[in-house]
Ligand binder design. Structure first.
Ligand SMILES: [Zn+2]
Ligand SMILES: [Zn+2]
Length: 298
Protein backbone atom coordinates (compact mmCIF):
# COMPACT_ATOMS: atom_id res chain seq x y z
CA UNK A 1 0.00 0.00 0.00
CA UNK A 2 2.97 2.23 0.75
CA UNK A 3 4.24 1.85 -2.83
CA UNK A 4 0.73 2.14 -4.29
CA UNK A 5 0.20 5.54 -2.63
CA UNK A 6 3.68 6.65 -3.61
CA UNK A 7 2.81 5.91 -7.25
CA UNK A 8 -0.73 7.33 -7.10
CA UNK A 9 0.00 10.51 -5.12
CA UNK A 10 1.69 12.46 -7.96
CA UNK A 11 -0.55 10.95 -10.66
CA UNK A 12 -3.99 11.52 -9.18
CA UNK A 13 -4.24 11.88 -5.40
CA UNK A 14 -2.36 15.21 -5.06
CA UNK A 15 -4.76 16.80 -7.56
CA UNK A 16 -7.81 15.19 -5.97
CA UNK A 17 -6.95 16.43 -2.48
CA UNK A 18 -6.03 19.89 -3.80
CA UNK A 19 -9.51 20.01 -5.37
CA UNK A 20 -11.50 18.67 -2.43
CA UNK A 21 -9.38 20.04 0.45
CA UNK A 22 -7.59 23.10 -0.98
CA UNK A 23 -5.20 25.09 1.10
CA UNK A 24 -6.32 28.69 1.58
CA UNK A 25 -3.50 30.38 -0.33
CA UNK A 26 -2.68 28.01 -3.18
CA UNK A 27 -5.40 26.11 -5.04
CA UNK A 28 -2.90 23.67 -6.55
CA UNK A 29 -1.91 22.43 -3.11
CA UNK A 30 -4.01 20.58 -0.56
CA UNK A 31 -4.37 21.51 3.06
CA UNK A 32 -3.56 17.85 3.72
CA UNK A 33 0.05 16.94 2.87
CA UNK A 34 0.83 13.38 1.79
CA UNK A 35 1.63 12.26 5.34
CA UNK A 36 -1.58 13.64 6.84
CA UNK A 37 -3.15 10.68 8.64
CA UNK A 38 -6.73 11.52 7.63
CA UNK A 39 -5.64 11.75 3.99
CA UNK A 40 -3.81 8.44 4.31
CA UNK A 41 -6.91 6.77 5.80
CA UNK A 42 -9.16 8.01 2.99
CA UNK A 43 -6.57 7.12 0.32
CA UNK A 44 -6.22 3.57 1.68
CA UNK A 45 -9.98 3.00 1.78
CA UNK A 46 -10.54 4.39 -1.72
CA UNK A 47 -7.52 2.75 -3.35
CA UNK A 48 -8.14 -0.70 -1.83
CA UNK A 49 -11.83 -0.60 -2.75
CA UNK A 50 -11.30 0.50 -6.35
CA UNK A 51 -8.09 -1.53 -6.81
CA UNK A 52 -9.47 -4.80 -5.47
CA UNK A 53 -12.76 -4.46 -7.37
CA UNK A 54 -11.05 -3.62 -10.67
CA UNK A 55 -8.48 -6.37 -10.33
CA UNK A 56 -11.20 -8.87 -9.50
CA UNK A 57 -13.57 -7.87 -12.31
CA UNK A 58 -10.94 -7.51 -15.03
CA UNK A 59 -8.97 -10.70 -14.37
CA UNK A 60 -12.02 -12.84 -13.53
CA UNK A 61 -13.72 -11.71 -16.73
CA UNK A 62 -10.57 -12.38 -18.80
CA UNK A 63 -10.24 -15.82 -17.24
CA UNK A 64 -13.96 -16.58 -17.59
CA UNK A 65 -14.20 -15.59 -21.26
CA UNK A 66 -10.80 -16.77 -22.50
CA UNK A 67 -9.74 -19.69 -20.29
CA UNK A 68 -12.74 -21.14 -18.48
CA UNK A 69 -14.58 -23.94 -20.29
CA UNK A 70 -18.19 -22.80 -20.14
CA UNK A 71 -19.44 -26.30 -20.90
CA UNK A 72 -18.78 -26.86 -17.15
CA UNK A 73 -21.91 -24.83 -16.50
CA UNK A 74 -23.91 -27.92 -17.51
CA UNK A 75 -22.39 -29.88 -14.60
CA UNK A 76 -25.21 -31.14 -12.31
CA UNK A 77 -23.57 -29.42 -9.33
CA UNK A 78 -23.37 -26.07 -11.10
CA UNK A 79 -25.89 -23.82 -9.35
CA UNK A 80 -28.65 -21.80 -10.92
CA UNK A 81 -27.36 -18.25 -11.58
CA UNK A 82 -24.04 -19.32 -10.11
CA UNK A 83 -21.88 -16.72 -11.89
CA UNK A 84 -24.17 -13.97 -10.67
CA UNK A 85 -24.09 -15.38 -7.13
CA UNK A 86 -20.29 -15.60 -7.21
CA UNK A 87 -19.97 -11.99 -8.37
CA UNK A 88 -22.44 -10.72 -5.75
CA UNK A 89 -20.67 -12.71 -3.03
CA UNK A 90 -17.22 -11.45 -4.09
CA UNK A 91 -18.24 -7.82 -4.48
CA UNK A 92 -19.94 -7.86 -1.08
CA UNK A 93 -16.89 -9.43 0.58
CA UNK A 94 -14.35 -6.95 -0.84
CA UNK A 95 -15.28 -3.88 1.27
CA UNK A 96 -15.31 -5.91 4.49
CA UNK A 97 -11.98 -7.60 3.73
CA UNK A 98 -10.57 -4.12 3.03
CA UNK A 99 -11.95 -2.78 6.33
CA UNK A 100 -10.47 -5.67 8.29
CA UNK A 101 -7.12 -5.09 6.58
CA UNK A 102 -7.28 -1.32 6.97
CA UNK A 103 -5.35 -1.03 10.30
CA UNK A 104 -2.51 -3.09 8.81
CA UNK A 105 -2.39 -0.97 5.65
CA UNK A 106 -2.37 2.19 7.79
CA UNK A 107 0.50 0.89 9.94
CA UNK A 108 2.35 0.08 6.72
CA UNK A 109 1.79 3.54 5.23
CA UNK A 110 2.78 5.16 8.56
CA UNK A 111 6.17 3.46 8.25
CA UNK A 112 5.70 0.80 10.94
CA UNK A 113 6.57 -2.13 8.66
CA UNK A 114 9.99 -3.27 7.45
CA UNK A 115 9.27 -2.32 3.83
CA UNK A 116 12.16 -0.48 2.20
CA UNK A 117 12.49 1.53 -1.00
CA UNK A 118 16.05 1.30 -2.28
CA UNK A 119 17.32 -2.09 -3.43
CA UNK A 120 20.80 -1.02 -2.28
CA UNK A 121 19.57 -0.90 1.32
CA UNK A 122 19.75 -4.70 1.47
CA UNK A 123 21.27 -5.63 -1.91
CA UNK A 124 20.12 -7.77 -4.84
CA UNK A 125 20.82 -11.08 -3.15
CA UNK A 126 18.40 -10.22 -0.33
CA UNK A 127 15.82 -9.05 -2.87
CA UNK A 128 15.80 -12.53 -4.42
CA UNK A 129 16.13 -14.36 -1.09
CA UNK A 130 13.32 -12.35 0.50
CA UNK A 131 11.03 -13.16 -2.46
CA UNK A 132 11.77 -16.88 -2.05
CA UNK A 133 11.24 -16.82 1.75
CA UNK A 134 8.07 -14.77 1.22
CA UNK A 135 6.59 -17.29 -1.22
CA UNK A 136 7.56 -20.39 0.75
CA UNK A 137 6.65 -19.19 4.25
CA UNK A 138 3.33 -17.77 3.08
CA UNK A 139 2.57 -21.01 1.30
CA UNK A 140 3.01 -22.96 4.55
CA UNK A 141 1.00 -20.46 6.58
CA UNK A 142 -1.84 -20.30 4.08
CA UNK A 143 -1.84 -24.09 3.76
CA UNK A 144 -2.39 -24.43 7.51
CA UNK A 145 -4.88 -21.58 7.78
CA UNK A 146 -6.90 -23.11 4.96
CA UNK A 147 -6.60 -26.61 6.37
CA UNK A 148 -7.66 -25.48 9.86
CA UNK A 149 -10.59 -23.63 8.33
CA UNK A 150 -11.82 -27.04 7.24
CA UNK A 151 -11.92 -28.19 10.87
CA UNK A 152 -15.57 -28.95 11.70
CA UNK A 153 -15.56 -26.53 14.67
CA UNK A 154 -14.97 -23.50 12.41
CA UNK A 155 -15.76 -24.66 8.88
CA UNK A 156 -19.43 -23.75 8.80
CA UNK A 157 -18.84 -20.29 10.31
CA UNK A 158 -16.03 -19.08 8.09
CA UNK A 159 -15.11 -21.24 5.13
CA UNK A 160 -18.36 -22.90 4.05
CA UNK A 161 -19.53 -19.95 1.89
CA UNK A 162 -16.52 -20.48 -0.38
CA UNK A 163 -17.44 -24.15 -0.81
CA UNK A 164 -20.92 -23.35 -2.00
CA UNK A 165 -19.30 -23.60 -5.43
CA UNK A 166 -18.58 -27.28 -6.16
CA UNK A 167 -17.74 -26.40 -9.77
CA UNK A 168 -16.47 -22.82 -9.41
CA UNK A 169 -15.85 -20.27 -12.10
CA UNK A 170 -13.08 -17.62 -11.91
CA UNK A 171 -15.67 -15.27 -10.42
CA UNK A 172 -15.60 -17.42 -7.24
CA UNK A 173 -12.06 -16.17 -6.52
CA UNK A 174 -13.19 -13.71 -3.85
CA UNK A 175 -16.54 -15.29 -3.03
CA UNK A 176 -15.57 -15.74 0.59
CA UNK A 177 -16.87 -14.90 4.02
CA UNK A 178 -14.94 -11.63 4.64
CA UNK A 179 -13.20 -13.12 7.66
CA UNK A 180 -12.07 -16.05 5.50
CA UNK A 181 -10.61 -13.73 2.86
CA UNK A 182 -8.91 -11.71 5.58
CA UNK A 183 -7.29 -14.59 7.51
CA UNK A 184 -6.05 -16.19 4.30
CA UNK A 185 -4.30 -12.94 3.36
CA UNK A 186 -2.94 -12.37 6.86
CA UNK A 187 0.43 -14.10 6.30
CA UNK A 188 1.20 -11.63 3.51
CA UNK A 189 0.51 -8.64 5.73
CA UNK A 190 2.30 -9.97 8.79
CA UNK A 191 5.41 -10.92 6.84
CA UNK A 192 6.47 -7.33 6.16
CA UNK A 193 6.43 -6.55 9.89
CA UNK A 194 8.84 -9.42 10.55
CA UNK A 195 11.12 -9.41 7.54
CA UNK A 196 12.42 -6.54 5.35
CA UNK A 197 10.92 -6.60 1.84
CA UNK A 198 11.37 -4.12 -0.97
CA UNK A 199 8.06 -2.28 -1.23
CA UNK A 200 7.79 -2.49 -5.02
CA UNK A 201 8.51 -6.22 -4.92
CA UNK A 202 5.85 -6.53 -2.23
CA UNK A 203 3.30 -4.65 -4.34
CA UNK A 204 4.04 -7.01 -7.25
CA UNK A 205 3.79 -10.15 -5.12
CA UNK A 206 0.59 -8.89 -3.55
CA UNK A 207 -0.95 -8.22 -6.97
CA UNK A 208 0.29 -11.58 -8.21
CA UNK A 209 -1.47 -13.55 -5.49
CA UNK A 210 -4.77 -11.83 -6.29
CA UNK A 211 -4.42 -12.87 -9.93
CA UNK A 212 -3.28 -16.36 -8.91
CA UNK A 213 -6.41 -16.79 -6.77
CA UNK A 214 -8.52 -16.06 -9.84
CA UNK A 215 -6.37 -18.28 -12.04
CA UNK A 216 -6.76 -21.39 -9.83
CA UNK A 217 -10.55 -21.08 -10.06
CA UNK A 218 -10.68 -21.37 -13.84
CA UNK A 219 -11.48 -25.09 -13.67
CA UNK A 220 -8.84 -26.04 -16.20
CA UNK A 221 -8.11 -29.73 -15.69
CA UNK A 222 -5.15 -30.11 -18.04
CA UNK A 223 -2.99 -32.70 -16.38
CA UNK A 224 0.22 -34.50 -17.07
CA UNK A 225 2.38 -31.39 -17.35
CA UNK A 226 5.59 -31.79 -15.35
CA UNK A 227 4.97 -28.48 -13.55
CA UNK A 228 1.80 -29.93 -12.06
CA UNK A 229 3.96 -31.95 -9.69
CA UNK A 230 5.12 -28.72 -8.01
CA UNK A 231 2.53 -26.07 -8.79
CA UNK A 232 -0.90 -25.96 -7.17
CA UNK A 233 -2.65 -25.61 -10.50
CA UNK A 234 -6.30 -24.83 -11.32
CA UNK A 235 -6.72 -28.60 -11.65
CA UNK A 236 -5.65 -29.02 -8.02
CA UNK A 237 -8.00 -26.34 -6.78
CA UNK A 238 -10.85 -27.77 -8.87
CA UNK A 239 -10.33 -31.02 -6.94
CA UNK A 240 -10.31 -29.04 -3.68
CA UNK A 241 -13.77 -27.70 -4.49
CA UNK A 242 -15.01 -31.15 -5.49
CA UNK A 243 -13.48 -33.26 -2.69
CA UNK A 244 -13.00 -30.60 0.08
CA UNK A 245 -10.18 -32.24 2.05
CA UNK A 246 -7.45 -32.29 -0.59
CA UNK A 247 -5.12 -29.69 -2.11
CA UNK A 248 -5.25 -26.84 0.41
CA UNK A 249 -2.16 -25.15 -1.04
CA UNK A 250 -1.81 -21.87 -2.84
CA UNK A 251 1.21 -21.73 -5.16
CA UNK A 252 2.89 -25.07 -4.58
CA UNK A 253 1.94 -28.68 -3.92
CA UNK A 254 4.75 -29.57 -1.54
CA UNK A 255 2.86 -28.68 1.68
CA UNK A 256 -0.03 -30.89 0.58
CA UNK A 257 2.40 -33.65 -0.39
CA UNK A 258 4.32 -33.39 2.91
CA UNK A 259 1.23 -33.31 5.16
CA UNK A 260 -0.62 -35.98 3.22
CA UNK A 261 -3.46 -34.03 1.60
CA UNK A 262 -2.23 -33.98 -1.99
CA UNK A 263 -4.49 -35.40 -4.68
CA UNK A 264 -2.94 -35.46 -8.12
CA UNK A 265 -5.19 -34.24 -10.92
CA UNK A 266 -6.04 -37.04 -13.33
CA UNK A 267 -7.95 -36.67 -16.59
CA UNK A 268 -10.69 -39.04 -15.34
CA UNK A 269 -11.42 -36.72 -12.38
CA UNK A 270 -12.22 -33.83 -14.69
CA UNK A 271 -15.73 -32.45 -13.92
CA UNK A 272 -16.06 -31.77 -17.65
CA UNK A 273 -16.93 -35.46 -18.22
CA UNK A 274 -20.06 -35.10 -16.10
CA UNK A 275 -20.93 -31.79 -17.78
CA UNK A 276 -20.56 -33.38 -21.23
CA UNK A 277 -22.74 -36.32 -20.18
CA UNK A 278 -25.53 -33.87 -19.30
CA UNK A 279 -24.98 -31.97 -22.53
CA UNK A 280 -25.18 -35.21 -24.48
CA UNK A 281 -28.44 -36.14 -22.76
CA UNK A 282 -29.81 -32.78 -23.81
CA UNK A 283 -28.63 -33.36 -27.36
CA UNK A 284 -26.23 -30.42 -27.23
CA UNK A 285 -23.07 -32.39 -28.01
CA UNK A 286 -22.28 -35.59 -29.91
CA UNK A 287 -20.31 -38.59 -28.61
CA UNK A 288 -17.03 -36.75 -29.13
CA UNK A 289 -18.21 -33.73 -27.12
CA UNK A 290 -18.55 -31.52 -30.22
CA UNK A 291 -21.32 -28.97 -30.23
CA UNK A 292 -24.22 -30.39 -32.27
CA UNK A 293 -25.65 -27.09 -33.49
CA UNK A 294 -22.22 -26.04 -34.78
CA UNK A 295 -21.89 -29.30 -36.73
CA UNK A 296 -25.16 -28.70 -38.54
CA UNK A 297 -23.77 -25.45 -39.96
CA UNK A 298 -20.59 -27.03 -41.23
ZN1 LIG B 1 -11.54 -21.82 -4.08
ZN1 LIG C 1 -11.35 -24.91 1.28
Amino acid sequence: MDAALEILDPIVLDKAYAYFVPSGGNEAVSLWPRDNILRQCISILVVTQIGATMLYLVFSALSYYFVYDRRLEYHPRFLKNQVRQEIVSSLSAIPFINLLTFPIFLAEVRGKSLLYSRIDDYGWSWLVTSAVIFMISNDVMIYWIHRLEHHPSVYKYIHKPHHKWIVPTPFAALAFHPLDGFVQSLPYHVFIFICPVNKYLYLMLFGLVQIWTIFIHDGDMISGHWLEKFINSPAHHTLHHMYFTVNYGQYFTWADAYWGSHRAPRPDLDPLHEALRVMKEKGLVDDQGNCVSQKKHE
